[in-house]
Design a protein around this ligand. Structure first.
Ligand code: GLU
Length: 306
C-alpha cells in the first residue's frame, strides 16, 4: 500500500507538470501527452470586410486589433496550455478560433486568458475578455449575468476515481466519501444540493482535484465527462470514469450580458461551421482523441434579445 501511495504521489507530480503546473512545477518542454498536432487542425477562413457595429464588444476588439478570449488551461482535450510554448489547444480552443475567423479576426492573433469556473461571469462583466469558451454550461441563473451563444456541445456530469476504487459506481455511492469539484461549477452545486451526504471539497481547478485524488486526499472528482476523460487518458493505469453521466451540460460561448449583436453573430457562425464540416474536423482532432465518435451538435438556442 505504501509503495502504491508513493508511486501515485510521483504520478501526481508528473500530472501537475504535464497539466501546466497549477502546483507550480510546470516542467520546461513537457507538452500535452496526447494533443492535436497543428497539421491535423482545420484552417478557418477569416471573413474579410465583416463588421458588427451594434456590438460594443466587437468595436472594442476592432480598436484593439484582436480578440481576447477566456478559456481553461488545464483541461486536456478541451482547453490546455502547453507550459513550454504557452500555446492553447483543445476543442474549446478550436471553437474560439472558428468564432474569431467568422468575426473577421485572424485566429492566430487571439489573446487567450485563463479564467477559472468561479470567475467567468465577473470576467465578462468587467470587460476582461470579449467572450469565453471553456466547458461553460448554459443555465438560467448564469443567463441573468451573461449571455450565451450555442450550445455547441452536450456534456454530462460524471465521476473520476482511482482504478483501485470498487465502491463508487454513481452519485448514489458518494455518502461519506470525499468528493472534489471546482468552486462555482454546476457539478459542485448538483452534489451539494442532491447528494448532501457527500463530503464536498472545492478548489479553483479540476487539476488540483485530480492531484488530490492521486494522493488519496479525496475519493472522487466530479465534473463533466469531457474533462474527466482527458485526465483519465493521461494516466489510464491510475484513473477511470465511474458509472454513467448523470446530468446534461449544454456548453455555450459566454458573452457580455447585453451584447445581443455579438451573441447572434456567434450563433450564426456556429451554424456555418457546423454545416461546413469545421466543427466535426475540430472535434475529431481534439475531444475525438478520447475515442468517442463525433455526435451531432445540439440545436442552437437563439433566444430573444433583452
Ligand atoms: N460545465 C460545468 C460548469 O460550467 C463544469 C465545468 C466547468 O467548471 O467549467 O460549471
Amino acid at each position: 500500500m505504501q509503495r502504491t501511495k508513493r508511486t501515485l504521489a510521483a504520478l501526481a507530480l508528473l500530472l501537475a507538470a504535464a497539466l501546466g503546473g497549477t502546483a507550480g512545477c510546470g516542467r520546461e518542454g513537457s507538452p500535452p501527452v496526447k494533443g492535436p498536432q497543428p497539421g491535423q487542425l482545420p484552417v478557418y477562413q477569416v471573413r474579410s470586410g465583416f463588421t458588427l457595429p451594434d456590438s460594443p464588444t466587437w468595436n472594442r476588439a476592432r480598436k484593439r486589433g484582436h480578440l481576447v478570449v477566456g478559456a481553461k488551461e488545464d483541461q486536456p482535450y478541451m482547453g490546455e496550455k502547453d507550459p513550454a510554448t504557452g500555446t492553447y489547444s483543445g476543442f474549446d480552443i478550436e471553437i474560439a478560433r472558428m468564432m474569431s475567423a467568422s468575426l473577421g479576426f485572424d485566429p492566430a492573433t487571439i489573446g487567450f486568458r485563463t479564467i477559472a469556473s468561479a470567475n467567468r461571469e465577473t470576467a465578462l462583466q468587467n470587460g476582461q475578455i470579449d467572450y469565453y469558451v471553456g466547458t461553460y454550461t448554459i443555465n438560467d441563473n448564469r443567463k441573468k449575468l451573461v449571455g450565451f451563444a450555442g450550445p455547441y456541445y452536450m456534456a454530462g456530469q460524471s465521476l473520476l476515481v482511482r482504478t483501485d476504487e470498487n465502491d463508487i459506481h454513481g452519485p448514489q455511492d458518494l455518502d461519506g466519501k470525499r468528493v472534489c469539484s471546482a468552486a462555482g461549477s454546476t457539478p459542485y452545486q448538483r452534489i451539494q444540493k442532491e447528494y448532501p451526504k457527500a463530503e464536498l471539497v472545492a478548489y479553483d481547478t479540476y487539476s488540483v482535484c485530480v492531484d488530490n485524488l492521486l494522493t488519496y486526499q479525496v475519493d472522487a472528482v466530479t465534473t463533466d465527462d469531457t474533462i474527466l476523460m482527458g485526465y483519465a487518458a493521461k494516466v489510464p493505469d491510475e484513473l477511470k470514469l465511474a458509472g454513467k453521466p448523470f446530468s446534461k451540460e449544454p456548453y455555450g460561448i459566454g458573452v457580455p450580458h447585453d451584447d445581443d449583436a455579438l451573441r447572434f453573430a456567434l450563433d450564426d457562425a456556429l451554424a456555418v461551421h457546423e454545416a461546413n464540416g469545421d466543427w466535426k474536423k475540430a472535434y475529431d482532432a481534439t475531444l475525438g482523441l478520447s475515442g468517442v465518435p463525433a455526435p451531432t451538435p445540439p440545436a442552437i438556442d437563439r433566444y430573444p434579445a433583452g
